[in-house]
Write a protein that binds this ligand. Sequence first.
Ligand code: PMP
Length: 453
Amino acid sequence: TTSIGGIDAARIAELREAEAVAFRQARPKSMAKVGNGLPGFFGGVPMHWMADWPTPFPILVGSAEGATITDVDGNRLDDFCLGDTGSMFGHSPPPVARAIRAQAGRGLTYMLPSEDALAIGPLLQQRFGLPFWQIATTATDANRFALRVARAVTGREKILVFNGCYHGSVDETMVRLVRGRPANRPGLAGEFRDLTRATEIIEFNDLPALEATLRNRDIACVITEPVLTNSCMVLPERGFHDALRRLTQAAGTLLLIDETHTISTGPGGYTKTFGLEPDLFVLGKPIAGGVPASVWGMSEDVATRYGAYIRTKEPGYSGMGTTLSANPLQFAAMRATLEEVMTDENYVHMDRLARRLDAGLTAVIDRYRLPWHVARVGARVEFICAPGPLRNGGEAEAAHAPDLEAAIHVALVNRGVLIAPFHNMMLLSPVTSAAQVNRLITAFAAVAARLTA
Ligand code: PMP
């Protein structure tokens, strides 16, 4: 019989079926409302990803508070998905909720600054170390805008990405190595261009390939997460970031660090904790505590060059805005998040729980002799149903076990625990409790026992 991640495929199928039944049984109200999809929406969901969760139908949320989600049937879930990072500081953090309530009576968008914006610029400078910032609404947009600046100031068209990367729905990053060859990412809808024409792609941690690709001096920018978190979890090898910085600098190539997920590392992200020196910096998702917002920053040098570039242009259109970006609701929520939520004390708590979870899951994997491993960057933990560590996106893709992961995901939901869909990511928030972590470890052990019995 075939085995996936060391587990018999028939056993995985059997677990999946049993857990789907249990999921439905616990949710009669939800099933009546969304069992056949939400009316009026294409594909039965307001956003297509909601249909991609491995549960038989989407969890219909009644409310969320702290690190707990309650569905309309009254099932409570310890939430380690946390909106896939958008709520990584907990649902509706009280300072953010207060700021939103206060701003609600003062107007929600005006294409003009409010006094909260005065506070935010210096807060971003101090925290992340870059001198010049802009606000956008999604990490996708922040990345798109930063890449435009990179092309503008270098006068180069190409960018370089690492295989397995994800930076949002930024078209030019949607490239993969398929059997070792660059190709448009499989599954892209409506993409008629050959994206590999202007996007170079190599494996993460591959310094010889990096050196060889940068040598032509035709790459505007390398865009990367400090740790690949969107294809399982791939950590940088010792010396990788130093070499990446040295080689890009030598080639006149800018370095864009996307901290959207690795902000789990510490209050200043992986960049601050490990002393990275990016030219461009992006952070989206949780930066305003769950209100859609993102920031992107530039070094002094990039800002000077971009200023000079702008002066050569017709005034007006830069291609780098959206109307609702930098609105006063974002300012209020972002200020509250930076000042009162993304604090050192909160990160200490998050990190302590993440270590506990890492150790607990690892102990379960050892106890059941599973060929799996756990990876972690600060408060972000991932179990991977393959041996590790993974060195790059190619290895991560091979390690991915969708059927097994789907079975585990639903089995955990049925035991009161929600982790991220599509991979096995868990976030520890400032309001997550040790009891919740213990429940997750216990549930994981129960599922491991079931899979190996
Ligand atoms: N950058 C990274 C590293 C991400 O993981 C994501 C989303 N998973 C994005 C950017 C895009 O964020 P958004 O969907 O909010 O635009």
